[in-house]
Design a protein around this ligand. Structure first.
Ligand code: ASP
Ligand code: MG
Length: 412
């Protein structure tokens, strides 16, 4: 069982969580619990580290100390939940990342879990006790504290479920499942009873914020069934059809072509004009961006009809836009373009579904729905189970609603 920040925001809610844990034990399950920090806590801690300022020239960067500070939020909630459980008569014991241990690489701030030694947790569960783990944190082989990136407690939970070979990983959060799209934009959005790992992975990386992307990758790799459900259910009420199950495609009976519409406003479009139309130009552009650690998403290139030049547009994360522009300007004479522009008044809207593999006309439905609403498409990209379009930001909500209806998602 994993509980997010809003579910452990104060002692009253932590007591609620404890009742949910106790109810699960009464059903005969051994339970390991992973907790996030109280809502808002991690942001506050990050702000403290910003205030401390960077290391002076010649000294190593303080990323490892950033982790020491921001990991502390989960220490508080893990200890408090164990205390509240004991107060209710349920023996529980907390574990920090280094105590378990949850071993990670040394990428402070965005560490990846490499190994979990489950022995202490298994001993705790075997003794009939609840193991309460601080999410989001781990330890390097050298004994330094790490954190797994924002939203990383989801990944802690899935990794621990996999290491314990749990029958399921229940992610309790402030929404009651995974929806066909954001219900704040489309009131007809429906909760999906089931979604495949692959679809969830696309949805998470395309901007649906329910689960950290890495947690879905892990669940898929280890075939760990994950359930997303609201922590505001009454204890004892979480039945097997509550929430959304993230599972293997084969375990989904109902066949849909499209499962969801996702969108992201965190994009920016970079356009290069007057590129030489010769081999090696793209390689120059994208190796410079890669060296600068800028992730590129969508790409289009077109050749000018009247000259020997080409134009290229690509998208980057909005936070990287400034850096991408600098990198391009620095490479202007080497790459050989005449002009570069940047546009962050854009949004990416995507439809996701494993049914696309076997059905024709899925893209056409999307393009027609957008055309009918007068939405202009700037860039298109596709994968086997996803079609994304880049549009003017002002049309995001209109596009999401039009697509939700076009694929019949309001009638699921
Ligand atoms: N508390 C951390 C964060 O806010 C980890 C998590 O909640 O998943 O990012
Ligand atoms: Mg989260």
């Amino acid at each position: 069982m994993k509980f997010g920040g809003t579910s452990v925001a104060d002692l009253e809610r932590i007591r609620r969580v404890a009742r949910l844990v106790a109810a699960e034990r009464e059903r005969g399950h051994a339970v390991a619990v992973v907790v996030s920090a109280m809502a808002g806590k991690t942001n506050e801690l990050v702000a403290w580290t910003d205030g401390a300022g960077p290391a002076a020239p010649g000294l190593p960067a303080s990323d490892d100390e950033y982790d020491v500070v921001v990991a502390s939020g989960e220490q508080v909630t893990a200890g408090l939940l164990a205390m509240v459980l004991r107060n209710m008569g349920v023996m529980a014991k907390s574990f920090l990342g280094w105590q378990t241990p949850i071993l990670t690489d040394e990428a402070h701030g965005t560490a990846r879990i490499e190994d979990i030694v489950p022995d202490k947790l298994l001993a705790t569960l075997d003794a009939g006790e609840v193991a309460v783990l601080a999410g989001f944190q781990g330890v390097t082989p050298g004994g330094r504290i790490t954190t797994l990136g924002r939203g990383g407690s989801d990944t802690s939970a899935v990794a621990i479920a996999a290491a314990l070979q749990a029958i399921r990983c229940d992610i309790y959060t402030d929404v009651d499942g995974v929806y066909t799209t954001d219900p704040r934009i489309e009131s007809k959005a429906r909760r999906l009873a089931r979604i495949s790992y692959e679809e969830m992975l696309e949805m998470a990386s395309l901007g649906a914020k329910v689960l950290q992307t890495r947690s879905v990758e892990l669940a898929m790799a280890y075939r760990t069934p994950v359930r997303v459900l609201s922590s505001f259910v009454e204890p004892g009420e979480a039945q097997s059809d509550t929430g959304t199950i993230v599972c293997d495609e084969e375990d989904i009976m109902e066949k849909r072509i499209v499962s969801g519409v996702a969108f992201s406003r965190d994009e920016a479009k970079v356009t290069l004009f007057g590129l030489p139309d010769t081999p090696g130009v793209s390689s120059k552009i994208f190796s410079r961006l890669a060296d600068g650690n800028v992730n590129v998403d969508m790409i289009v290139q077109s050749k000018a009809r009247t000259s020997d030049t080409a134009n290229m547009a690509f998208t980057v994360g909005r936070r990287d836009a400034g850096r991408a522009l600098e990198i391009m300007r620095a490479g202007k004479s080497d790459i050989g373009f005449s002009e570069v522009t940047i546009d962050d008044d854009v949004a990416k809207v995507s439809v996701v579904g494993v049914g696309m593999r076997s059905h024709a006309g899925v893209a056409q439905t999307m393009f027609k729905a957008l055309a009918d609403k007068g939405v202009n498409i700037q860039v298109i990209s596709t994968s086997e189970i996803k079609i994304s379009v880049l549009i003017e930001a002002a049309y995001t909500e209109l596009a999401v609603r039009a697509l939700h209806q076009a694929y019949g998602l309001d009638q699921l």
